[in-house]
Unconditional design. Structure first.
Length: 309
């Protein structure tokens, strides 16, 4: 079976952590590397969290590189109200068995894309700083990137009234990626808010008798508590996991080809993704935008994946 070559660029984060776990369970995916970025928590925390999850699912041979600690030009902000002070509050995970690579995350992306004999798919689930830096430093890597499947944006916001956190945290980087000409698939809030880890879902996860599923259950319980407190959601959306699920089972997703531009200058709208769903601007299509999710199929994929550990 031919495998899809992927790089996970993330800021774990509960949903990022579950993304790594899903990817590790899929024989159709070849994880070339994991790079981290400041976002849900500061860079040292997100990198430690990535290493802990790699230990959990035995990804000992996958390089983990610490990437950007700050946005391209803005001040860093994190999301402890959602993910806790560690970025991964809830379960007690042991200290990682190894440290991160000496190579900067953007350099790891450049190297892995250049070294790969097959086109690489990049899955960013945090601010897009590392991807923008890689494209600025080595624009030629575009030729060997199959697509970028990212979590970010939406026709509404979750950090400001109009902006989603990942794009808002570094809108200049996001604009660089959206304007790059690389094929882009976007899992925005319109579709990720369909992937809710309801009580019924969490009950299913908790019934799986292995250590990985136990940790995922604990992650979801904590995530559910903060989403209930912050947004009054009945269950937390597992936003980032949809990027991996799309690579494994694209038939679960309904997407639409659209133009997406990123607002970088607005006093109240910085970080907003202007998603031209109805083609009213006449701007060139540059992304596939996720609209509808086969929710039952998605959770069936997740449950079956967790049973493999």
């Amino acid at each position: 079976m031919q495998t899809k070559k992927i790089i996970l660029d993330c800021d774990p984060g509960h949903d990022d952590a579950i993304s790594i776990i899903l990817a590790a369970s899929q024989p159709s995916l070849d994880i070339l590397g994991i790079t981290t970025v400041s976002g849900n928590a500061e860079i040292e925390k997100t990198t430690m969290n990535a290493l802990k999850i790699c230990d959990l699912v035995s990804l000992s041979d996958v390089v983990v590189s610490k990437g950007a600690s700050e946005p391209l030009i803005r001040l860093r902000e994190t999301a402890p109200g959602i993910h806790g002070d560690s970025g991964l509050d809830g379960p007690q995970l042991p200290e990682p068995s190894r440290s991160w690579s000496d190579e900067h995350g953007c350099d790891t992306i450049i190297r892995l894309v250049k070294e790969s004999k097959e086109p690489v798919t990049i899955l960013p689930t945090g601010p897009l700083t590392n991807i923008a830096l890689a494209l600025l430093k080595a624009p030629e890597i575009k030729d060997n990137i199959e697509e970028v499947v990212l979590m970010g944006g939406g026709t509404f916001g979750n950090w400001t009234p109009t902006a989603e956190f990942n794009i808002w945290a570094d809108p200049e980087a996001a604009k660089k990626v959206f304007d790059s000409g690389i094929p882009i698939v976007v899992m925005g809030l319109d579709i990720t808010h369909q992937a809710l880890a309801t009580k019924e879902v969490i009950d299913q996860v908790q019934k799986i008798d292995n250590h990985v599923a136990k940790i995922v259950g604990e992650l979801l319980v904590f995530f559910a508590s903060t989403y209930k407190e912050m947004f009054n959601f009945a269950g937390p959306p597992v936003h980032d996991v949809l990027t991996v699920a799309y690579c494994v089972a694209p038939e679960l997703f309904k997407t639409k080809e659209v133009n997406i531009t990123v607002e970088t200058k607005g006093e109240y709208t910085a970080g907003t993704t202007s998603i031209d769903l109805h083609g009213i601007t006449g701007r060139k299509v540059n992304a596939k935008y996720g609209l509808e999710l086969d929710v039952e199929g998605f959770w069936r994929l997740m449950i079956e994946a967790l049973k493999k550990f």
